[in-house]
Design a protein around this ligand. Structure first.
Ligand SMILES: NC(=O)c1ccc[n+]([C@@H]2O[C@H](COP(=O)([O-])OP(=O)(O)OC[C@H]3O[C@@H](n4cnc5c(N)ncnc54)[C@H](OP(=O)(O)O)[C@@H]3O)[C@@H](O)[C@H]2O)c1
Length: 257
């Protein structure tokens, strides 16, 4: 296990899992670069991290702003070479049984997939040149099988999972570690709109502790909690007729997470 990262960047750190991860790593000597769109929430997250002794830099940037994000990330990495980047910012397209319209689906892909590319690509040449660093991509258990209630969300997270698995093997010879994070239900703003019971739901703080442990051990896939992770994996592995029938029954009106 390696020691905790000393210089890290988290997108979507203004709430939920990203904020909880920032707090988890906040300690004297740690340098945190945090971003999100909501300046007020981001400032509150930064203040909590500073109160734990960390040095914190913030920027309100939309992860779909490719040039803006690249400029900020390069500036952060110039100031203190990053040990860890967490591409966490993500959205779902809402709740209920209504079909995602095209613009909602495109927004989901722009944030959840392009946002990851916009976060990671500026750092790739730097990390490989240094032969060091770790990349964490936040996917979801929704990545394991297409969902009738959240098509773009599930597809965007499947893409992120595949990208991370590919990068992990591709970048390992260059000394760069890559992990894919697949949380089940976590209590955050994203799941606050879910109107259905969320099995094995956990707090963002607990999720952050599980993620940090998996990252320290350089696990390729950090999927949790195990009951929903196992069920999701099985759903994706079953023959399609059975998988379709079970997913139809299980998904009902559920979405996002
Ligand atoms: N909660 C769950 O059950 C669950 C399960 C599996 C995976 N996930 C994934 O975990 C990640 C974090 O979600 P969360 O549950 O913690 O939800 P959350 O509390 O809503 O946090 C999402 C974060 O992403 C940021 N964000 C959203 N769109 C953005 C954009 N275009 N540009 C920059 N930042 C943006 C938000 O910041 P602003 O609001 O300030 O823009 C916020 O900080 C997401 O990728 C989500 O898909 C969550």
């Amino acid at each position: 296990m390696s020691g905790p990262p000393q210089s890290l960047l988290v997108t979507g750190a203004s709430s939920g899992i990203g904020e909880a991860l920032a707090r988890h790593y906040a300690a004297p000597g740690a340098r945190l670069a945090l971003t999100g769109r909501d300046g007020e929430r981001l400032a509150a997250a930064a203040a909590a991290c500073r109160s734990r002794g960390a040095t914190v830099e913030t920027a309100t940037i939309d992860v779909t702003d490719r040039d803006g994000l690249r400029a900020w990330i390069e500036r952060i990495d110039d100031a203190a070479p990053l040990d860890l980047v967490v591409a966490n910012a993500g959205i779902s397209a809402g709740t209920g049984r209504a079909r995602e319209d095209e613009s909602a689906a495109r927004r989901v892909f722009a944030t959840n997939l392009d946002g990851v590319l916009n976060t990671v690509f500026p750092l790739l040449p730097r990390l490989t040149a240094r032969r060091a660093g770790q990349i964490a991509l936040v996917s979801s258990l929704a990545a394991f099988r297409g969902l009738p209630t959240a098509p773009a969300y599930a597809a965007s997270k499947a893409a992120v999972m595949s990208l991370g698995e590919s990068w992990r093997l591709q970048l390992a010879p260059d000394g760069v570690r890559v992990s894919v994070i697949c949380p089940g239900f976590v209590t955050t703003r994203l799941t606050a709109k879910n109107k259905f019971p969320m099995p094995f739901v956990m707090s963002a703080e607990r999720a952050a502790a599980i993620i940090a442990r998996g990252l320290a051990l350089n696990h390729g896939r950090i999927a949790f909690p195990w009951p929903t992770a196992t069920a999701s994996w099985l759903l994706g592995a079953l023959p399609w007729r059975l998988s379709d029938a079970l997913t139809r029954r299980l998904a009902g009106g559920k979405r996002g997470g």
